[in-house]
Design a protein around this ligand. Sequence first.
Ligand code: ADP
Ligand code: MG
Length: 322
Amino acid sequence: MTSEFDLIGHIRSRVRTRDNVVLGIGDDAALLRVPPGHDLVVAMDTMNVGVHFPPDTDAASIGWKALAVNLSDLAAMGAQPTWCTLSLSLPESNAAWLDGFLDGFLALATQHDCALVGGDTTRGPLSICVTVHGLVPHGTALRRSGAQVGDDVWVTGTLGDAAVALAEWQRQSREALLHHSREDGNAGATALRHSLERANPASSSTLRHRLDRPTPRVEIGLALRNVATACIDLSDGLVQDLGHLLAASRVGALLDVGAIPGTAPRDARLAGGDDYELCFTAPPAHRDHLAALATRIGHIDAQPGLRLNDATPPPRGWDHFR
Ligand code: ADP
Ligand code: MG
């Protein structure tokens, strides 16, 4: 059994520092220096087992996704990631699991030069809470509230893939559960796990990879400073998240459903969660150079609310408490 301090020591031995970290892991708190002329951008997101990722998700993917969903929030603000903190609640002190988790977490942290500077380690149901810090030059942060009538609506990447992967995982779980419901105790549980692993090898499925290893659109967020009028990242589905942007901007939008990128069915592209793509608005003058970064799916108008050009009502997005 490894102690809390062994676990923290191990984390500390694997992290890299960067500029403006005056003091990282090891004291009561970290000391960070915000360079002159910049605003500090802070975001936090929690991931709970069974709610934010399927229980069979590998440790490295959990580590990756815990940081990715947070970096996605910084991307949506147009911020350059700099530092992060990590609160880990673990059911047991498992050094091998922690190492796998850190493989995923630190691979993405290194990609974005985001230094892990502190955190907390406790015992409890598996839950990961990450805080990210980033920088923007004064006055250049992207917000949800700036969309203007006449702007185009854009999204990055493809939408709905993660929702399709999640639905497939749920279908396979139900099937495996039915199949093994007559076997007892541990033998049944082990057989269930094995058949899930066979049916769903995480690495062999591109869609599952979209669910487990989202790509935060940090570079695109930076390119949108002084270009986008409003921006939000898509965690709960396009309809719901764009709805937040429209409400904050006090405008409406008309979307061309057929233009929403991806191979997933209509409702998954419109309302599937967990994509971590960016949705933003920009004046038509930027069309030509934005076409290399994103897909244009509609435009902003003055009538509040979201309208679709195919006359079918929009599906609803994800709500934890509904
Ligand atoms: P304290 O009791 O003063 O809150 P801790 O023993 O919780 O301190 O943590 C000691 C040091 O290790 C602190 O610098 C803290 O930020 C860091 N730390 C603890 N857990 C983690 C973690 N999961 N990831 C990164 N740093 C951590
Ligand atoms: Mg202390």
